[in-house]
Each structure stands twice: as structure tokens, then as C-alpha cells.
Design a protein around this ligand. Structure first.
Ligand code: AMP
Length: 217
């Protein structure tokens, strides 16, 4: 009787402390507009019980509230151009600082310069990124998906511009993270659930020490 009680207590203590031993999950999502980053990030955030931080959503929120930051960012967001770094970086650092227990970052970095800013930021905050999830989707699929989404910056011309920017500005960050063995590339064509399970599988093997996961492109 006494031994059973002792065993139960030990198990309870173990269960209640394992989350303290686990490393926080800090992921970055990368992919062209319409790759499903937001949807996949939301599901990952629910699964890991950590917040989904989307720079695009934060900017849209500022724009809708007509804050000083929102007024500065509006013309860029409406035309599909990148908002200048100095407008966005302070907002991001403040948010990351408030989320020491982990996060899913969606929409940042979008350029090699931003990737380097993020490297320095997480180093300064002592919050290393644990993995970079790249959702790969061909352009035709993206245009087809986005024209049906109905957001203000989802007209075909703006979508094409955002895709162009992705190709020119964002693609270089993939090799930046691949060189650091942080890149997990998954095929983004398929159902939401299929892609989610590919991401989870890639993350699980990454955490168990594999360096090359997925297609690696
Ligand atoms: P998203 O919701 O990620 O598709 O972002 C929508 C828009 O917000 C983009 O087209 C950009 O104008 C702006 N934006 C979001 N994240 C960034 C970023 N990291 N750098 C510059 N602009 C951004």
C-alpha cells in the first residue's frame, strides 16, 4: 500500500516536470504566399501549445487600427511590397521577448538580411530557433489557391508580385538555413492534414538528430 503510494507520487512528479525538461519549440515557417504557412502554423501552434506569430497578421492588425506603424506599412502591404525592416523589427523583437516558452514564426524572415537580423535577435534573447519549416509549392498551385482567398492584397497582379519577391528575396534564406542544418523542406501539395503530418514527421526526425529531412530544396 505504502509502496504503491510512493510509486504514484514519483510518477506524478515525473509527469508534472517533463515539460520543464523539454526544450522550447521555436519554429520558423517559410514558403511562397499561398503555400499554407498560416494554416499549418496554426495547427502546429495548437499541437505544441505555443503562439502563432504572423508578421503579416500583426501588420494587418496595425493597419486596421490605423496605428502609427500601420499607417507607415499600409501602402507596402496593399501593393504586395515588403515593409521596410526598420518598421517591422521592433514590433517583432517585442513579441518574441514576450514568448520565451516557444513560438511558431510565420512571415519573417523574408530576406537574407532579415534572416541575419533574426539570427542576432534570438542570440541576444537567448532563444535559439529549433527548426525552419519550408513548405514547397509550385507557382501555378499558389496562384490558383490565392485568387480564391478574397483578401485585399490577393488580386492576381499583387499575387504575381509577391511570388516574384519570394523567388528573388526569400529563396536565398533557404540555403542560409540549410547550411546550418536547420531546414526541413516538405512537399506542400496535398490536403491540409497530409501536409501537417509531413511536417510533424520531419520535425520528429529532426529532433532525433537527423540532419537531412524531406526533399532538401
Ligand atoms: P503575409 O500575411 O505573410 O502574406 O504578409 C502580408 C504582407 O505583409 C506582405 O505582402 C508584406 O507586405 C508584409 N509583410 C509581412 N511580413 C513581412 C516581412 N517579414 N517583411 C516585410 N514585409 C512583410
Amino acid at each position: 500500500m505504502k509502496r504503491a503510494y510512493l510509486l504514484k507520487s514519483i510518477l506524478l512528479i515525473l509527469f508534472s516536470t517533463t515539460h520543464l525538461l523539454a526544450e522550447p519549440v521555436r519554429l520558423v515557417m517559410v514558403g511562397p504566399p499561398g503555400a499554407g504557412k498560416g494554416t499549418q502554423a496554426t495547427q502546429l501552434a495548437e499541437h505544441f501549445k505555443i503562439p502563432h506569430i504572423s508578421t503579416g497578421a500583426m501588420l494587418r492588425d496595425h493597419i486596421s487600427r490605423s496605428t502609427e506603424l500601420g499607417l507607415k506599412a499600409k501602402a507596402f502591404v496593399d501593393s504586395g511590397e515588403l515593409v521596410p525592416d526598420h518598421i517591422i523589427v521592433g514590433m517583432l523583437e517585442e513579441t518574441l521577448r514576450a514568448n520565451g516558452d516557444g513560438f511558431i514564426l510565420d512571415g519573417f524572415p523574408r530576406t537574407l538580411a532579415q534572416a541575419k537580423i533574426l539570427d542576432q535577435m534570438v542570440e541576444r534573447l537567448g532563444m535559439p530557433i529549433t527548426g525552419v519549416v519550408h513548405i514547397a509549392v509550385p507557382d501555378e498551385v499558389v496562384v490558383e489557391r490565392l485568387t480564391g482567398r478574397g483578401r485585399k492584397d490577393d488580386t492576381e497582379a499583387v499575387i504575381r508580385r509577391r511570388l516574384e519577391i519570394f523567388g528573388e528575396e526569400t529563396t536565398p534564406i533557404l540555403s542560409h538555413y540549410r547550411d546550418q542544418s536547420m531546414l526541413l523542406s516538405v512537399d506542400g501539395v496535398g490536403s491540409i492534414q497530409e501536409v501537417q503530418s509531413r511536417i510533424r514527421t520531419a520535425l520528429a526526425s529532426h529532433r532525433h538528430g537527423a540532419t537531412a529531412v524531406g526533399k532538401g530544396s
